[in-house]
Design a protein around this ligand. Structure first.
Ligand SMILES: [Zn+2]
Length: 118
């Protein structure tokens, strides 16, 4: 299936620099090469250097949760790389707690105090 460049280009224009850095580093193998090229070009346009991209990759690999398949695990609540795993509630319709389970979490979605007490 050919890559539709228009939606990708629109995403890239709206994406934060951190999102683009994550995609061209830790999620690179999951993406089409053409999308990676577009994202790298956007990073260069924003003034980032290859050294900055390499530093980001090094930082992410040092802190990210890596799955059994060797890939960086995504946060259960957003697209950022998970940096920890913590208990939380699986919720029905996103509201009614059903059962506790461990979720991979990024730095922004780290464990809430009430969720750690499970
Ligand atoms: Zn998150």
């Amino acid at each position: 299936m050919p890559l539709e460049l228009r939606p990708v280009a629109e995403y890239i224009r709206r994406a934060t620099t951190e999102e683009l850095l994550d995609r061209v580093t830790v999620y690179r193998d999951d993406m089409e090469p053409a999308a990676v090229d577009l994202m790298e070009n956007e990073l260069w346009r924003r003034g980032l250097t290859r050294e900055r991209v390499t530093d980001h990759a090094t930082d992410r690999r040092a802190t990210a949760v890596v799955g059994a398949d060797g890939r960086v695990v995504r946060c259960a609540f957003c697209d950022r790389p998970a940096v920890t795993k913590a208990w939380g509630w699986r919720k029905l319709f996103g509201r009614i707690p059903i059962f506790p389970r461990v979720f991979p979490r990024c730095g922004s979605h780290g464990p809430a105090p009430a969720q750690e007490a499970i």
